[in-house]
Design a protein around this ligand. Structure first.
Ligand code: NCD
Length: 306
């Protein structure tokens, strides 16, 4: 039995297989519509979510399975002081697989060590978010035709942005990727990711505070929200929240083939005027996330679809 806590637990071959299954689901949805019949997914969300929780639920319904769970810590026994380990043991009696989001880094790992069913990390604090990465990889593959050979810029809150951390780790598996890190000084990518992922894998990267200066070099621009809930004080958040706002004017200097990605929710960092630009890929990412979560549920439940 396997869980998914960190994206690097999946080999490159497995990532490519998940993408292939998701693309087959897109082509032949009816083939999969009963494949998880009788199975239950528990969504244990101790932190707010729209896309991740509902796409897991939609994914399980589209596989013919059922869903149970809670969407806030206050409506679970966590409010009474129950530990993550005990919650995981309990839910193992009711469901076949868990998707868990938690504000504490490492909580889904603790759950996986105590559950007798697979646990999927649906976001742990400012750490990791492997299933958003699956959505991002399918989007890159479909937008660019390949997961290799491009320059990707990450812009915004690279310190607390867990989707950035997981995607950078996954990209280290692919060839000839250049990374441009665009953030205010205070929100730079953590050193451990630079050292353990970028430097260790020989990935070329630069750091800058200036989006305008680099936008023309990018094939993909991955925008992020400043993660208000991870700040220790509101004044810092207010000072930094509008550091980068992507506008049609800024897009004039970008390549016509650029893909603009964003894990969403967006606050101010992408002007809504860009939504109709053919380079906007962020709502496609949402749909791709559902297909990749379907592929992942099938894999972890070891369901074979012929
Ligand atoms: C992201 C998250 O929760 O980390 N959202 C998502 O799951 N798509 C990004 C964010 O909240 O900014």
């Amino acid at each position: 039995m396997r869980s998914l806590i960190d994206i690097l637990e999946l080999t490159t071959k497995e990532l490519d297989e998940l993408i292939a299954v998701a693309e087959d689901i897109i082509e032949n949805p009816s083939k999969y519509s009963e494949s998880c019949k009788g199975k239950k997914l528990a969504t244990l969300f101790f932190e707010p979510s729209t896309r991740t929780r509902l796409s897991f639920e939609a994914a399980m319904y589209e596989l013919g399975g059922n869903v149970l769970g809670f969407s806030e810590a206050n409506s679970s026994s966590a409010a009474k002081g129950e530990s993550v380990a005990d919650t995981a043991k309990t839910i193992s009696c009711y469901a076949d697989i868990i998707a868990m989001r938690h504000p504490k880094e490492g909580a889904p790992l603790v759950a996986s060590m105590n559950a007798s069913i697979p646990v999927i990390n649906a976001g742990d604090g400012g750490h990791n978010h492997p299933t958003q990465t699956l959505a991002d990889l399918l989007t890159i593959k479909r937008e660019k035709g390949s997961l290799s050979n491009y320059t990707i810029g990450f812009c915004g809150d690279l310190k607390f942005g867990r989707t950035v951390h997981s995607l950078i780790a996954a990209l280290s598996r692919y060839e000839n990727i250049k990374v441009v890190l665009i953030s205010p000084e205070e929100l730079k990518l953590p050193d451990y990711i630079k050292k353990d992922i970028l430097v260790k894998n020989g990935i070329e990267f630069v750091e800058t505070t200036d989006l305008d200066k680099v936008i023309g070099e990018l094939d993909i621009l991955y925008m992020t929200r400043v993660q208000r809930e991870r700040f220790f004080n509101e004044a810092d958040y207010i000072r930094l929240k509008d550091s980068y706002i992507l506008t049609p004017k800024k897009m004039e200097n970008a390549k016509p083939t650029l893909s603009v990605m964003h894990p969403l929710p967006r606050v101010n960092e992408i002007s809504v005027a860009i939504d109709n630009d053919p380079r906007a890929a962020y709502f496609k990412q949402v749909l791709n996330g559902k297909y990749m979560r379907m592929a992942l549920i099938l894999k972890l439940l070891e369901v074979e679809v012929k």
